[in-house]
Design a protein around this ligand. Structure first.
Ligand SMILES: Cc1cc2nc3c(=O)[nH]c(=O)nc-3n(C[C@H](O)[C@H](O)[C@H](O)COP(=O)(O)OP(=O)(O)OC[C@H]3O[C@@H](n4cnc5c(N)ncnc54)[C@H](O)[C@@H]3O)c2cc1C
Length: 454
């Protein structure tokens, strides 16, 4: 672990990575940092990280580990509240495989890819297992990695403890309301609610987006960077449940199954396969959350609503046509064999076919309609649950305005951005933490390499 001294002041992210045990490949536990940092000139001002969520904790750990004094400002009294509620309280820390093409951005997918792959998945996993001390266990059927304790709290507490051991100074209950960029001899200043101005050699903004505001992220960071001249691509709730008004399928609430959803697009189509859940208000489950941004964006655009077609089973139209032609018995029995019975009955009722009809008596038109309902059922969504339930925020700070190596603002040197504030999100499955961890680490290292020498 590198300590701080004047000679190390110009240490840059690159060789910090070689020296430190935190950086994955070398393993080893993180030791505590000894002694207070002497604060004499501007060069020895702290790196100030704003936001102790997933990205901010990671940025603070890596900046401190690279030898910088780090102050972490957090509005809530304990930080990491999204980690606490993540993965149904189990925290899906990472995916076991990462496909960068599944992320959504209005910026360059190439830049997104570079940022994401700056910290390979295997090294991220090693970091959690070695430096944080959390064994991660693969859930075979979903490909998700969870802490072996299945307790999200262990992830949050483990990161906070590691940050403390690395020397990060926490200031909880502090809300950033503005940033003042350096001018003349004045360094960066972080303005706090209450009037205090915290001077900083570099600032890492990790304030998240707008989703689930009760966890502390209410969009202040996005407004602040917008005021500093950054382009903020239009934000919208993503990974959020859909609603139907009136709730036409409320009678099916609680029914769940694996489906494939398809959204026809102007160019091509978006498809996703995964869990689907009927709720009292509409539809949820991983497949619905993964496609919800298209519904939300069509609603916000005010034009025609995005059609979403459901294939309720693994069988396509040809397969169902074959089953309905060749199988024996009643239509109801065939559907119930492959679908939850309440859903089977509902689909038959909507298609106007009696469950007790013999397959041999099915008219061509009835079979055609049934096949259509089973494989291209138009989901009657009318709205969504918005930021209140959105797991992430779509849109955010344009990736073209940050340096993909260091996450430094191309507009304001010394300002670094990471996590959900940036214009990217991924599907359910640990993709969003992978983004937060990778960009948080890169921003922490970038900030550590900034303004070291006077
Ligand atoms: C219910 C739910 C479940 C999820 N489950 C998973 C999962 O299992 N796996 C996965 O990969 N992703 C999951 N996610 C998504 C994941 O939690 C986010 O992508 C991730 O937390 C984003 O990290 P972040 O640090 O960028 O932002 P946040 O976690 O939102 O952290 C931002 C921090 O900044 C603080 N802050 C904001 N503004 C200020 C200010 N002005 N001053 C001071 N502090 C401020 C906030 O209090 C907060 O602590 C889930 C999200 C939700 C809502």
């Amino acid at each position: 672990m590198s300590g701080w001294d004047d000679g190390a002041a110009d240490c840059v992210a690159g060789w910090a990575a070689v020296l430190s045990p935190l950086f994955g490949a070398w393993g080893g536990a993180v030791s505590g940092k000894g002694g207070e940092v002497p604060v004499r000139g501007r060069s020895e001002l702290p790196v100030v990280v704003v936001g102790a969520g997933a990205a901010g904790l990671m940025a603070a750990i890596f900046a401190a580990d690279a030898g910088r004094r780090v102050v972490l400002l957090e509005r809530t009294r304990d930080g990491g509240r999204k980690i606490l509620i993540s993965g149904g309280g189990r925290c899906n820390v990472l995916p076991s495989r990462l496909d960068p093409a599944r992320y959504v951005t209005s910026s360059s997918p190439n830049t997104l890819r570079k940022l994401l792959l700056s910290w390979p998945l295997a090294e991220q996993r090693r970091f959690f297992e070695t430096s944080v001390g959390l064994r991660l266990v693969l859930e075979e059927e979903t490909g998700k990695l969870f802490p072996s304790s299945n307790r999200a709290r262990d992830v949050r507490d483990g990161l906070v403890a590691l940050a403390r051991r690395t020397g990060v100074e926490f200031r909880f209950g502090e809300s950033m309301v503005g940033l003042v960029h350096p001018a003349g001899d004045l360094p960066w200043q972080v303005l706090l609610e209450g009037g205090e101005q915290v001077r900083a050699a570099a600032v890492v903004l990790a304030t998240g987006g707008l989703s689930v505001p009760k966890t502390g992220s209410d969009g202040t960071g996005l407004r602040v960077v917008g005021r500093l001249g950054h382009t903020v691509h239009e934000t919208y709730p993503a990974l959020t449940p859909l609603v139907a008004e009136p709730p036409v399928h409320a009678g099916l609430a609680g029914v769940s199954l694996t489906v494939t959803l398809e959204a026809p697009l102007r160019k091509g189509r978006f498809t996703t396969t995964g869990g689907f859940l009927f709720t009292h208000r509409g539809y949820s489950g991983p497949s619905v959350l993964n496609i919800s941004h298209l519904a939300v964006r069509s609603r916000l655009a005010g034009g025609p609503r995005q059609p979403i077609l459901v294939r309720w089973t693994e069988f396509d139209a040809a397969a169902w046509d074959g089953i309905l032609r060749e199988a024996r018995g009643t239509v109801g029995a065939q559907l119930r064999r492959r679908l939850p019975s309440r859903l089977a009955e509902r689909l038959l009722a909507e298609a106007g076919v009696e469950a007790g009809r013999g397959l041999a008596q099915l008219r061509r038109e009835e079979r055609r309609r049934l096949v259509e309902f089973l494989t291209r059922y138009p989901l009657p969504w009318t709205g969504d649950e918005g930021y209140k339930k959105a797991e992430v925020t779509g849109g955010g700070v344009a990736l073209s305005e940050i340096d993909p190596r260091t996450l430094e603002s191309r507009i304001h040197p010394g300002l670094f951005l990471c996590g959900e504030i940036l214009d990217a999100f991924g599907p359910i499955g640990g993709y969003n933490f992978a983004w937060a961890w990778a960009t948080g680490r890169a921003a922490g290292l970038g900030a550590a390499g900034h303004g070291g020498a006077a």
